[in-house]
Design a protein around this ligand. Structure first.
Ligand code: NAD
Ligand code: MG
Length: 385
């Protein structure tokens, strides 16, 4: 039986993870849950899954949650300390890292250092601190399973193959809601437009990242670390139907892909039960009902964020953490109606130009680069937060 901690249990990935868990009650036990501000949903999850420990963001939320619960209560903690306690709980064997943003870095690395296997949805952990995280994974001998659908597809397409036989990794991207929008239209795109993703239902931050295509840029960096492939051998194809979730091309010209209906329960289940497969609740794929699968190259003129992510990956060192921080600030400002859509990539580029990449050799140094990027982004955008 796998004993799970779910970091970010009230989010889109957290909820889908608990759906997978509920469908396989003999395979999993939920040890700990952490959440942000959605106490109502957390209360329901506690009543259903009976964790021993939960953690929320603030002391006030912890008190409020305590008052909401009746009967036998779990231990209730809060803040970073609470997230770390959940990530390292002695009974836990696997941690599902499903917090959004760089806030996931500290608890996720704490889990690895405590010897826990990790199912990683929080791509920002690898974007900001990939080399350090992969070093920890190797040193601790833990398993790091990708939850991101593209990386799960790449992982599945690599099983049984040798790393040295890989020619290229090709990540697919839906293109998001603005696939066919012109530059002038993009300048006036609203929050509602950006949140209207054609194929996937996800949290707000990643949905905006999909609209700018920064999400694919973050995924290129994530793939670079997960699979130890240089960025120049990681390509992106726009594939609006989101049926092929990514591909691996081998030196003999063979391309292996993974297909499925777009539903995160598939990659989550695979990460939780690898190498076994279990019914995940994903609808079977019937290719005969589709009108065709199409592929083309991304347009980095309309979607400069993808180009910026390649630049950050090539600069390496502190640059990806700074780019990620600037993106988080800009996306937040856009979601709060403070800036326009194109100000997201424009401000990230300005922040990157102001940053001199320097080596980062500890998580604290990554966090310092993250803070620097946030402060610069606020300055560039003229916002406070
Ligand atoms: P979400 O916004 O729906 O949920 C985020 C969760 O993290 C919530 O439980 C929230 O309460 C918690 N949280 C937010 N900020 C926090 C903070 N500062 N400290 C502690 N907890 C905090 O996000 P999501 O869409 O589920 O995405 C989670 C992660 O998974 C992201 O890194 C995203 O890129 C990645 N991912 C998501 C999907 C998807 O389909 N949603 C697919 C691939 C990868
Ligand atoms: Mg993805």
């Amino acid at each position: 039986m796998k004993k799970l901690t779910i970091l970010g249990s009230t989010g889109s990935i957290g909820v889908s993870t608990l759906d997978v868990v509920a469908a396989q009650p003999d395979m999993f036990k939920v040890v700990a849950l952490t959440a942000g501000n959605n106490l109502e949903l957390l209360k329901k999850q506690i009543e259903t899954f009976r964790p021993e420990l939960v953690s929320v963001l603030s002391a006030e939320s912890a008190k409020a949650l305590g008052r909401m619960l009746t009967g036998k209560k779990p231990q209730i903690m809060h803040g970073v300390e609470g997230m770390i306690a959940a990530a390292t709980a002695s009974e836990t064997t696997m941690v599902v890292a499903a917090i959004v943003g760089a806030a996931g870095l500290v608890p996720t690395t704490a889990a690895i250092m405590a010897g826990k296997d990790v199912a990683l949805a929080n791509k920002e952990t690898l974007v900001t601190a990939g080399h350090l995280v992969m070093d920890m994974v190797r040193k601790k001998g833990v398993k790091l399973y990708p939850v991101d659908s593209e990386h799960c597809a790449v992982f599945q397409s690599m099983v049984g193959h040798r790393n040295e036989d890989i020619a290229r990794v090709i990540l697919t991207a839906s293109g998001g809601p603005f696939l066919k929008w012109g530059k002038e239209q993009l300048k006036v795109a609203t929050v509602k437009d950006a949140l209207n993703h054609p194929n996937w239902s996800m949290g707000k931050k990643i949905t905006v990242d999909s609209a700018t295509m920064m999400n694919k840029g973050l995924e290129v960096i994530e793939a670079r670390w997960l699979f130890d492939i240089p960025v120049e051998r990681i390509g992106v194809n726009i594939h609006p139907q989101s049926i092929i979730h990514s591909m691996v091309e081998y030196i003999d010209g063979s391309v292996i892909a993974q297909l499925g209906v777009p539903d995160m329960k598939g990659p989550i289940a695979y990460a939780l039960t690898y190498p076994a497969r279990v019914p995940s609740g994903v609808r079977p794929l019937d290719l005969t009902t589709l009108s065709g699968l199409t592929f083309f190259n991304p347009d980095t003129d309309r979607f400069p964020a993808l180009k910026l992510a390649y630049q950050a990956a090539n600069a390496g060192e502190s640059m990806p953490a700074v780019m990620n921080a600037a993106n988080e600030v800009a996306v937040d400002a856009f979601l709060n109606g403070k800036i326009g859509f194109m100000a997201i990539p424009e401000s990230i580029e300005k922040v990157m130009n102001l940053h001199q990449a320097h080596s980062v050799s500890s998580i604290d140094e990554v966090l310092a680069a993250d803070l620097w990027g946030r402060a610069k982004a606020r300055e560039v955008l003229g916002v406070q937060q």
